[in-house]
Design a protein around this ligand. Structure first.
Ligand code: TRP
Ligand code: SF4
Length: 405
């Protein structure tokens, strides 16, 4: 139950610093970030600690990978005027929140996160029986909850992590949202709302608690949010009380599932660095043209006169990403009737990709030429993120009792 899922339109997402990004990242993630930055208050961060949970043996790569990745974000069109970009380890509050969340996170919850066993299987040559690796989804929970983000755009593999985040938030709120004088404070807040509102609130709470009436729940939330006589903390308390829990200190986020735009790699498999089949976001145009020209096509098309089937051709998959309706039509027809050869078919695709790459390169250039500008973007982002993080930690420390006056 995310009673305050619309309370904020804040979005948070992070990416491990893997170095230069490729078109799979671009179509799968970055374009989505760029789209969201105008509609939401976006926080995008470099998950450098997350990278260390699996790549603790490669600290020397971190620096370059981080900056290369951030340049690619900017090159893709993430706008520092609109979105806040920062580095996780530069907001060390993430570590403190991670620690505090760990106090109420049962081991079993972490052990049953699918990625825990999956990754251990996949990366067999690496020792992932570490404390850090087990805890990394919880670190992710801290990342999300720190910004009280309502929405977390992620791919399918990350949905269980957002689910864990919701469970952890609920448990945290349950333990820490209810101070010893919770009941008293709630009673005070209800009185403070005024007679009429108090009466409505009680009636709606009863309808929700006893009959499970959802409309009553929604109405009660609205009523509380609308109140002018009580402060935000009191509102949080009432919203928690409404559901029979404590104050919602950490709001539960919702996953925003990014529809998986599958970008095929140069060999037709999914584009991935580990397959060596990528086109980088900032690639050498000559290499890109050449790589596409030698890309495999439908094996049935041995000779120019052999008709083919686009469904069996990775080049068609790229056309689906890049080409307009007319061109796609042209490909379908021409391929099936052997009207032209594969090289011909690839031409408009190469043009489109190179044109896109030119725009990307243009946006990257100022940052490549002037690294100080890049550092500045991140400095400012770290500041902004830090401000929010410090606010959240004030509330959290207060809740867990580690404020000493
Ligand atoms: N775990 C994510 C990944 O491996 C990266 C990540 C870390 C993240 N913290 C996050 C994504 C918070 C979204 C929100 O891709
Ligand atoms: Fe693929 Fe185009 Fe060749 Fe058909 S004509 S096999 S779609 S490259």
């Amino acid at each position: 139950m995310t009673e305050n899922k619309n309370e904020n339109n804040r979005v948070l997402s992070g990416m491990r610093p893997t170095g230069r990004l490729h078109l799979g990242h671009y179509h799968g993630v970055l374009k989505n970030w760029v789209r969201m930055q105008s509609d939401y208050e976006c926080f995008f961060f470099v998950a450098d600690w997350h990278a260390l949970t699996t790549h603790y043996d490669a600290p020397h790569t971190m620096n370059e990978h981080v900056w290369d990745m951030v340049v690619d974000w900017l090159a893709a069109g993430v706008d520092p005027e609109k979105a806040t970009m920062f580095i996780q380890s530069r907001v060390p509050e993430h570590a403190e929140l991670h620690l505090l969340l760990s106090m109420v996170t049962p081991l079993g919850w972490l052990e049953r996160v699918p990625s825990f066993k999956d990754q251990q299987q996949k990366l067999k040559d690496k020792d992932l029986t570490t404390y850090g690796f087990l805890g990394y989804p919880l670190l992710q929970s801290a990342d999300i909850l720190m910004y009280r983000a309502g929405h977390v755009p992620v791919g399918e593999d990350q949905v269980p992590h957002v689910e864990l985040t919701r469970e952890v938030a609920r448990r945290f709120n349950y333990f820490f949202g209810r101070g010893p004088d919770f009941e008293e404070q709630v009673a005070g807040a209800i009185t403070q709302m005024g007679k009429k509102a108090a009466k409505s609130f009680k009636r709606l709470k009863q309808a929700f608690n006893e009959q499970g009436c959802r409309e009553a729940h929604a109405e009660a939330c609205e009523l509380v949010i609308r109140q002018q006589n009580i402060n935000q903390q009191q509102k949080d308390q009432l919203l928690g009380y409404l559901e029979g829990r404590g104050r919602a200190i950490l709001p539960e986020p919702a996953a925003l599932l990014t529809e998986a735009a599958k970008t095929p790699g140069l060999d037709g498999q999914k584009m991935s660095k580990s397959y060596g089949n990528t086109i980088a976001l900032r690639d050498d145009p000559k290499r890109v043209g050449q790589a596409i020209r030698v890309m495999p096509t439908d094996p049935a098309r041995v000779r120019l006169t052999d008709p083919g089937n686009p469904e069996k051709c990775p080049v068609w998959q790229l056309h689906k990403v890049y080409s307009d309706k007319d061109t796609r039509h042209w490909v379908q027809n021409g391929c099936k009737t052997a009207e032209f050869g594969c090289l011909e078919c690839k031409k408009p695709l190469i043009d489109k990709i190179l044109q896109e790459q030119e725009e990307i390169a243009e946006r990257a250039k100022p940052y490549e030429d002037n690294p100080a500008m890049l550092r500045e973007v991140i400095e400012q982002g770290n500041e902004r993120a830090g401000t929010v993080a410090r606010e959240t930690m004030e509330i959290v420390r207060d809740a867990v009792g580690t404020i000493y006056r």
